[in-house]
Design a protein around this ligand. Structure first.
Ligand code: NAD
Length: 495
């Protein structure tokens, strides 16, 4: 069946065959209790399946299986780990069509976005397959009296708390380096997107990942997520989600001194200087905020634009935003749905509050539906212009297709505005002046900067935030650091 066949079948029946029913523990889907929760298709605002609400006992079994498997996996030759991870990449690609459709129905994104995420997930396994046999230490020169060197050892069982905006690729960006480093995994997908992690765990097993090495428990963050965060057998916790929950998770992990990677929110700026091409700026800003319906931690949710090009940039951008077709992700829209009813109401509350403050809303500003069916959870592409630095629309993460625009005159002012929030995840700089781009990149307090292309970069580069955007880095070679611990060994050369 082609991806279109699978999509059409779902659109006709509202059902998808062979979704996993239970948790994935110790190499198989396990029977779960009768505690179930419905999973909704955001593009229709209708339930399409049920999944298991895990218990602390389910999480306990998963961690136990992972602990057993970690002991064996750390002894497996690096070349063999490399072979298995490459096989995972191949199996993910072979199953990309079905996985992508499930991702659309679970998350609300468009099929094109989901296909991109699945391909990126396969690439992550391929990238870290190449790292598995290159995790070398270094020799250290202490003079003739000693021989000294370091080794990188796996940390053991790793826990992964996954958000709903990128369920497939967030799973892959944590699991692939963990396995490459010789660790085992317990993952907990978000309540609104439980299925792709389960299906991926099945596919990993099909590709040869040993039983118990990757386990997935579905359920509520406050139940199974909290149990994972508090369990002393978890040696590294990788969390992606909100600042509030990230702080809770850090608190719960603290008594065990568990290692943490926190990938939290953002309010990332795209700075456009007076010498930038307004067409290019508008195009960059369009994709920066409207990709994945703005539900991206690194979305370019603030446009900081020089006063001399403000009118031209906003005219082009608002015109394109008004033409965006929102519809079910399987029907090739320009923009997909908002992940949940709850999240849609959060976005609406942010924008309603801005309206009540008298904000200059250039376009959008309200909830909407699939243009074809009148169903689903959607928000209009929205641009709010001429905002002051302390406006809540500038300061708070809205996590939807809502762009906050700020104006500036000097380079110093632009940098101060860009750095003027509690977040520091990514930034874009648009200018034809190379010296300026480098000065500004150095002055920005964030984890990554791209020049003249907001989404420049790739999984080969480290990704992560400063300030309340979190700490630790995922992707790239640095993505392995969380899953290895360095041991120094020194030998006396005395006779
Ligand atoms: P959240 O942070 O509550 O959820 C993220 C993950 O944490 C989910 O898997 C959830 O089940 C789990 N979780 C929740 N409570 C937990 C607990 N007590 N212990 C352990 N795990 C727990 O996010 P949300 O409520 O779904 O979304 C709220 C806001 O978070 C959004 O509006 C957005 O601003 C932000 N967000 C950011 C990202 C990101 O990529 N950084 C992703 C999703 C949401």
């Amino acid at each position: 069946m082609t991806v279109q066949d699978i999509a059409q079948d779902y659109l006709k029946t509202g059902k998808l065959a062979c979704l996993p029913d239970g948790h994935f523990i110790d190499g198989r889907i396990t029977a779960a209790s009768n505690r179930k929760m419905e999973s909704f298709d955001p593009g229709r605002a209708e339930a399409f399946a049920e999944f298991s609400l895990g218990t602390e006992a389910d999480m306990d079994r998963a961690i136990e299986a992972a602990e057993k498997a970690a002991k064996h996996w750390r002894q497996v030759a690096p070349g063999e780990r490399c072979r298995i991870l490459n096989a995972v990449a191949r199996v993910l690609r072979e199953n990309a069509d079905r996985l992508s459709v499930i991702e659309v129905i679970d998350s609300g994104k468009t099929l094109a976005e989901a296909c991109g995420d699945v391909q990126a997930s396969a690439r992550l396994f391929e990238y870290y397959a190449g790292a598995a046999d290159k995790l070398d230490g270094r020799s250290v020169n202490l003079g003739p009296a000693y021989t000294a060197f370091t080794v990188r050892e796996p940390v053991g069982v790793t826990g992964h708390i996954i958000p709903w905006n990128y369920p497939t690729s967030t799973f892959a960006r944590g699991v692939a380096p963990a396995l490459a480093a010789g660790c085992s995994v317990v993952a907990k997908p978000a309540e609104t997107t439980p299925f792709t992690a389960l299906v991926m765990a099945e596919l990993l097993s099909e590709a040869g990942v040993p039983d118990g090495l990757v386990n997935v428990v579905t359920g509520l963050g406050t139940d199974v997520g909290a149990k994972m965060a508090q369990d002393p057998r978890i040696k590294q916790l990788t969390f992606t989600g909100s600042v509030t929950t990230g702080v809770d998770v850090a608190r719960m992990a603290a008594p065990n001194v568990t290692r943490l990677t926190l990938e939290l929110g953002g309010k990332s700026p795209l700075i456009a200087f007076e010498d930038a091409d307004p067409e290019k700026v508008a195009d960059g800003a369009y994709w920066a905020i409207f990709s994945n319906s703005g539900q991206i931690c690194s979305a370019g949710s603030r446009l900081i634009v020089h006063k001399s090009i403000r009118d031209e940039v906003l005219a082009i951008l608002a015109d394109r935003a008004r033409k965006i077709k929102t519809a079910h992700g399987l029907t090739a829209p320009d923009m997909g749905a908002i992940n949940s009813d709850l999240h849609l109401s959060r976005i609406k509350a942010h924008v309603d509050a801005a309206k009540a403050r008298g904000a200059n809303i250039l376009t959008g500003g309200d909830v909407t539906t699939d243009v074809q069916t009148g169903k689903g959870w959607f928000f209009q592409p929205t641009i709010i212009a001429d905002l002051e630095p302390d406006d809540p629309a500038v300061q708070e993460e809205i996590f939807g297709p809502v762009l906050a625009v700020q104006n500036f005159e000097t380079e110093e002012e632009a940098v101060a505005l860009a750095n003027g929030t509690q977040f520091g995840l990514v930034a874009g700089v648009y200018t034809n002046d190379v010296g300026r781009s480098m000065r500004v990149a150095a002055a920005l307090d964030c984890g990554q900067v791209s020049v003249n292309d907001y989404w420049a970069g790739g999984l080969e580069l480290p990704f992560g935030g400063n300030k309340k955007s979190g700490y630790g880095r995922e992707k790239g070679w640095e993505g392995l650091d969380a899953y290895t611990k360095v041991k120094s060994i020194t030998i006396s050369n005395a006779s």
